[in-house]
Design a protein around this ligand. Sequence first.
Ligand code: GLC
Length: 608
Amino acid sequence: MFPLKESQPPTGIHRTWWKESNIYQIYPSSFQSHSPNSPTGTIRGITSRLSYIQSLGTDTVWLCPILASPQIDMGYDISDYRDIHEGYGTMEDHDELIRELHARKMKYVMDLVVNHTSDQHEWFKKSRSSRGKGNEYRDWYIWRPAKYDKDGQRQPPNNWLSYFGGSAWQWDAMTQEYYLHLFAPSQPDLNWENPSVVSAVHSMIRFWLDRGVDGFRMDVINFISKEPGLPNAPVSDPTSPWQSPIALHSCGPRLHEFLQGIGTILKEYDAFSVGEMPGVGDEKEVMKSVGQEREELNMIFHFELVSIDGQTQDKFLPRNWTLQELKGIISKWQAMMLRNHGWNALYLENHDQPRSISRFASDAPEYRKFSAKMLATFLALQSGTPYIYQGQEIGQINVPRSWALDKYRDIETLNHWRDKVLVEYAEDKEFQDIMLREYRKKGRDNGRTPMQWDGKSRNAGFTGEETQPWMDVHPDYTEWNVENQINDPDSVFSYWKTVLALRKELKDIFVYGDFEMLDPEGEQSVAFIRSADERNKALVVMSFKDYETEWRVPEGATSFLQCPVKLKNYEDEPQSRQGGGAEGGGSSAMILRPFEALVYVSSGGNSD
Ligand code: GLC
């Protein structure tokens, strides 16, 4: 009865634990401290919350970096790959965390940051110690001589822009050369062209796998192979001397060779991998990385959806987006993976992104709960493995509008303000106000406020009441917190639990089923069908508007309205308007309330 699809449903999807898994992401600094005096979270704090994480229905835990680091970029600047950051605990604490996870049959995913190290890493200290031939570490990083302009002024070797602002090259006065840093100057890029670097990284990967790590999230992993010769980047911003180099390092010529090198080790351990891949949209490149048969990565995080509200040359520049664009991005990635034996990593939030309720729906008090539940439905019922970022499960939102920049902590936002806005727009108050508004929309700090455990104690139970946390707790913790939600059947937490359980209960439909977007042009709602086969399928419908809308159900989908509603985020029954015509075939419209979400399931042939 279902003539909706032209393409064939996916066949031969390989079934495996990481496709069925629900993954919980922890930002260690902001999750839970076990000691009342600690301004940041700790590993023992994380261990103390494993039952909570498991009760949500997540079974794999990814931890953002916990290794030794001066924390210039919150641990993405590692100074020792084989030691734990002091503020987070000890190697014993970490072993205990792994043991406790495994005792619960949960998996542990570590963050692997190998595009760059900290400038405090021994490798870099040795590398920068001399240019002499005898220094075997010199070539572990990317050093180049200066260029000189026509006035004899020293200039960096090329025009590459750093992701944290300014030139991507730092002058080293002692050895009289520049080194490359795609991120902060304190994050020098490793030189993967040097086989010693590759084997040092491999041996470090084995070190952690041997200690019980079940897999890795690989930080900007598509950046590790750069275009030979490091040519100038094309000019995308004529007002700046520095240009986005992404095309020259986002999928360099040796990327897949390097990924296969890592993939071979992971295979030996049956370990999991998800690669963070900014700037990659090309189907061929993507499929080379995640194609099942190539054994490079299991899945990747793409950036198309989370770039929808910013501009390519500067994410803080505002951009209006449409629901049609959003649906286009979803459809593209769903189809790409399902048709090519790849797999999607589904996320709306992480430590680099603002809170999704504030970004994609509404954090106004009257809509917040509906928005949170609607987005849970939207995310977790697509094809792919869902990632839930700490606090997302209780509906945490962006930092308050009243927060001034002195409450922000992130190097990306603070550099942008100091080096770009205050320099290039020093007199332009209007632009400055726009940027402050955009930081509040897209700044990374929005997702980094501490986890809100309870509503009574100062600091929300994240750390002791007398301690000043590294970042302020969002003041709405008195109402929005775990304690209020875990036993409330109507809470955002309970809804997430239900959605994640539903995904596992109806695996054939929601994990392994096909995906079809309906009404790709509609600007008010998103609707898709997930189907295991002709008889077992689901219709998922969501309003993205804060007012009542009407959704005209496409002809082939009207029979779903006779099926049981498996999930909804409003207490009372959904409202629909049946037009004339035969049952299931006539024109029907659904009246969707603000941010309403509905899931109809037809199983065992009931839909016929
Ligand atoms: C990744 C991380 C981000 C970090 C950057 C540099 O994008 O997720 O937090 O700043 O890489 O390591």
